[in-house]
Ligand binder design. Structure first.
Ligand SMILES: [Zn+2]
Ligand SMILES: [Zn+2]
Length: 369
């Protein structure tokens, strides 16, 4: 079993192109890595054992960052949680799973509707006739809703018709303008990846949930108990938590990640409550949507950031501060407590997102848009 990605490896992968990352498109803000990461021949996942027959597939940092997956092997099959941003990434993990067990994948769970958590569904469906794809009822609805946010069939169409052509054109322009040979090579690699992703999405086959849950459900899967928890709104309005009570492991999707939360499709106040409900479960390890496997204690840190952020925005709004004033002051005020812990990776860092988070809390909590 190989070791998790170290910060040094991550930085080596990103190289100097990280310096060029500042023009984030909205679709890159959630969970995606902007167009700078490494080439397609690198490994996509590190499979880490977190319990007997339970693995965390920790996504390598790269172009269109993939989400992590949880892989749960039972006596008669496999349950996989989340399927990444594209079929080729799901195929890569599926191959790794087949290296662990020759049992079929019986169930695929999508924690929420964001593009980087479901766009690889088709690979598991193609390889496993009878596969059940499980999500909340709300997630299934979001996957077809035009205005749901950063995921779903309409968002795939938006990527193909608008976002990716624009991104590819920008990369082409950046390649032309690059003066540094190393930067130019990196951008050319990014361009190749963007074009490959574009091609993949053109032949994308939407594979929607076949089974939905609306409240907490317990599955007995080949001798293993797997609980699916619905605690209410959080990162989205359809978040699903996967809990293994015996193994004391929880998979959270992006409701809990190891970098700054993406709040644009979220419900900040509900999210705090949802995390408190999650905390009531008896677990020791968290497989987050992004980043490495975490101890339970990280939940309080992550929730604390959101609670403190909400309180700070409310206070500043009450004092009549402008958005710009709030962004500056709150970024600095919360930094001593949160900047280091929220900036462990070169992506999704505190200063990259705190301004947008302030804006979202103002809009969603104070102005109740
Ligand atoms: Zn994500
Ligand atoms: Zn997400």
């Amino acid at each position: 079993m190989s070791k998790p990605w170290t910060r040094r490896q991550v930085l080596a992968q990103m190289g100097i192109a990280a310096a060029a990352v500042h023009t984030l498109d909205p679709h890159e803000l959630c969970c995606a890595t902007p167009a700078w990461a490494q080439t397609a021949d690198k490994e996509l996942f590190e499979l880490q054992k977190v319990g007997d027959g339970v693995y965390a597939a920790i996504a390598a940092p790269r172009y269109k960052t993939n989400c992590n997956a949880a892989v749960i092997v039972t006596n008669d099959g496999v349950v996989v949680v989340d399927s990444h941003s594209k079929p080729s990434a799901a195929r890569a993990l599926y191959k790794e799973i087949q290296g662990i067990t020759n049992k079929p994948v019986r169930k695929l769970v999508n924690t929420h509707f964001h593009f980087d958590h479901w766009q690889g569904n088709q690979i598991y469906a193609e390889g496993n006739p009878g596969l059940e794809v499980v999500a909340t009822q709300r997630t299934r609805e979001n996957l077809t809703r035009p205005d749901a946010g950063l995921g779903g069939i309409p968002f795939v169409e938006k990527q193909v018709t608008t976002l990716l052509p624009a991104e590819i054109q920008k990369l082409k322009d950046d390649v032309m303008r690059a003066s540094n040979p190393e930067m130019k090579a990196r951008l050319e690699s990014n361009l190749q990846q963007a074009e490959a992703y574009f091609q993949e999405l053109k032949s994308f086959k939407p594979t929607l949930p076949t089974r939905t849950v609306s409240s907490t459900t317990t599955l007995q899967e080949g001798g293993r108990e797997i609980q699916l928890h619905v605690f209410g709104r959080g990162h989205t309005d359809g978040d699903l938590f996967i809990y293994l009570p015996k193994e004391k492991i929880v998979a959270t999707g992006d409701a809990l990640i190891d970098w700054m939360p993406f709040m644009n499709d979220g419900y900040p106040e509900d999210w705090v409550q949802t995390l408190s409900a999650l905390e009531n479960l008896d677990f020791a390890q968290i497989i987050p949507g992004h980043g490495t496997v975490l101890p339970k204690s990280n939940l309080a840190f992550f929730r604390g950031y959101m609670a403190d952020l909400i309180a700070a925005v409310r206070k500043a709004a009450g004092e009549g501060a402008s958005l710009e004033e709030m962004q500056k002051k709150i970024s600095d005020d919360l930094a001593p407590k949160y900047e280091k812990g929220m900036s462990k990776y070169p992506i999704g860092q505190y200063r990259d997102r705190v301004g947008v988070n302030v804006e979202m809390v103002l809009k969603k909590v104070v102005k109740k848009a």
